[in-house]
Design a protein around this ligand. Structure first.
Ligand code: NGF
Length: 288
């Protein structure tokens, strides 16, 4: 399960329906061009929290059908409705997803014991391994070293997608849990996380910048830090421009520039105006 995983985008039409052809093209681009090691399906980048349970299942189906066993698949199933999370966990498992992942429950300020119960309940109902999806900036859920340790006591919790700029905690986790998988979640911090000996990374910008991300990770693993720093610098120039123009919308426009039918984002995400579209094209021409 080591390596680089694209947090997969989904192609939607202007009404917000899944564009199956476009989704298959995004998958192929990631595998054939970016050559990532795996896909993280129905995460934030997949606009998971904006779509129905049926749509999530359909995306799991299409991606598995397109990928077969060629790369690893992690299915994000986390939901505030725990029955939905279990249903999706079972669904992805039946499709032979290599692991499931679940975002920490958010919105209500859950106590840690409730969060632990959420993960253990999902895992009691499914025969698969789970990766915790920790993204405090979006969920408001901050867990400390001891709390991660408590979640890791469940053997089926095999790791964490660590999307936070807390390198002290990341280093402590790596040191304390050498046998758990740690994936970095912020693409702009990939090198900094890689030198701490993470097992891989999961990122949205890998949809278009996967080759550079792989270089950063591999160079860092080989101790070629100067070279990795240069690639991270270009990557961060790219990410900075993407972020100022609209993260997911711009990645989709770059994919379109590359000939991939990446479609639109679902409401309430905005549609880029002509200036934004022109800017996205300029970014694509400059970096990709
Ligand atoms: O998009 C976000 C939201 N984070 C992603 C990634 O952590 C999300 C990150 O790649 C993800 O993996 C998922 O789809 O579940 C950023 O987009 C990137 O570093 C640019 O800031 O924060």
């Amino acid at each position: 399960m080591n390596g680089l995983y694209t947090a997969l985008m989904c192609s939607f039409d202007e009404q917000g329906n899944i564009n199956e052809k476009g989704l298959r093209e995004i998958v192929r681009y990631n595998i054939d061009v970016s050559k990532v090691d795996g896909l993280y399906v129905n995460g934030s980048t997949g606009e998971n929290f904006l779509i129905s349970t049926e749509a999530k299942k359909k995306i799991f189906d299409i991606v598995k059908d397109e990928v077969g066993d060629s790369v690893k698949l992690i299915g994000q199933v986390g939901a505030l409705n725990i029955d939905e999370a279990i249903e999706l966990a079972q669904y992805a498992t039946d499709l032979n997803y290599d692991a499931i992942s679940a975002v920490t429950p958010f919105y209500y300020k859950f106590e840690f014991e409730e969060i632990k119960d959420y993960y253990n309940t999902i895992l009691e109902n499914v025969d698969n391994d789970l990766i915790i999806y920790s993204i405090p900036a979006l969920t408001g859920v901050n867990m400390n070293l001891e709390q991660f340790g408590e979640l890791f006591q469940n053997e089926k919790v095999i790791g964490v997608k660590f999307t936070a700029p807390d390198f002290f905690l990341l280093e402590r986790l790596r040191h304390a849990y050498p046998n758990k998988l740690i994936y970095s979640g912020f693409d702009e911090m990939l090198l900094s996380a890689s030198v701490l000996n993470i097992d891989g990374a999961i990122g949205s910008t890998f949809n278009v910048n996967g080759q550079r991300a792989k270089q950063i990770f591999e160079l860092a693993q080989n101790g070629q830090i100067e070279e990795a720093r240069e690639v991270q610098k270009v990557t961060n120039d790219l990410i900075a421009e993407i972020l100022t123009n609209g993260l997911y919308q711009t990645i989709k426009e770059i994919l379109k520039y590359k000939g991939v039918d990446a479609g639109f984002c679902r409401k309430p995400m905005k549609t880029l105006k002509p200036e934004g579209l022109a800017k996205a094209r300029k970014i694509a021409e400059k970096y990709l």
